[in-house]
Design a protein around this ligand. Structure first.
Ligand SMILES: [Mg+2]
Length: 217
């Protein structure tokens, strides 16, 4: 991929599905949690999933969608404890570590910008140590607005000033990329295959990274 790194001085990086394999999250929310919720309540997995899908639809794209406290309350279950049961699935995607070192060599500010809730974020940092390759870490829960909202980018720019024309965002979520584009962020990249156990995403309107090795030029 041809990127002129002289024109980029801040790289905003999503976590789940970008730096880390989305397989953990998909497995947790679609398999593990429904099964454990069913066990907990003496109902079938399908019945559990039916109940959860209503809440999924109600919250998608909002901050609650990403809020582990919300889900712990709504389902009366300890979400963080359940995540620990499948923590072996938390994996760094190929060549991410090398890419973060490369960005440092290019004098880019490496900023994690995630919708992940702080408790899930801390869990993943402890398992992967990806924070060693990052300069700053922000959760949208710190600002009270998800990345899908313009208010997130304004709040981020207030605490971590960046020039949108010299900033790159890499994120597997198309809605978030659209939101960043509206805010004026110039360099926008998607992720071809956020979940290693699923087929690639269909082509969207943003160029997709197939492997981070392709960005090291
Ligand atoms: Mg993501």
């Amino acid at each position: 991929m041809k990127i002129d790194w002289n024109n980029v001085d801040t790289v905003l990086l999503d976590m789940d599905g970008t730096l880390l394999d989305l397989h953990f999250d998909n497995h947790f929310w679609l398999e593990h949690l429904p099964q454990r919720y069913a066990d907990h309540n003496g109902i079938t997995r399908d019945q559990a999933f039916e109940k959860m899908i209503v809440l999924f639809q109600k919250t998608k794209g909002s901050l609650n969608w990403y809020c582990l406290d919300y889900w712990s309350d709504a389902l009366s279950i300890d979400i963080v404890a359940l995540k620990l049961e499948v923590k072996h699935l938390v994996q760094i995607r190929p060549f991410v570590t090398e890419f973060l070192v490369f960005l440092q060599q290019k004098n880019c500010n490496r900023v994690l910008a995630t919708n992940a809730h702080r408790s899930g974020l801390e869990l993943k940092l402890a398992i992967t140590n990806i924070d060693n390759g990052l300069d700053e870490i922000y959760s949208s829960h710190d600002f009270g607005h998800p990345k899908e909202s313009q208010l997130f980018w304004q709040a981020l720019n207030d605490v971590q000033p960046f020039d949108p024309a010299r900033t790159m965002l890499i994120d597997d979520n198309q809605s978030v990329l659209q939101s960043a584009r509206t805010y004026g962020i110039k360099h926008l990249l998607s992720i071809a295959q956020p979940d290693s156990q699923k087929p690639p995403q269909p082509d969207g309107e943003f160029v997709a990274v197939e492997c981070f090795n392709n960005l090291i030029t």
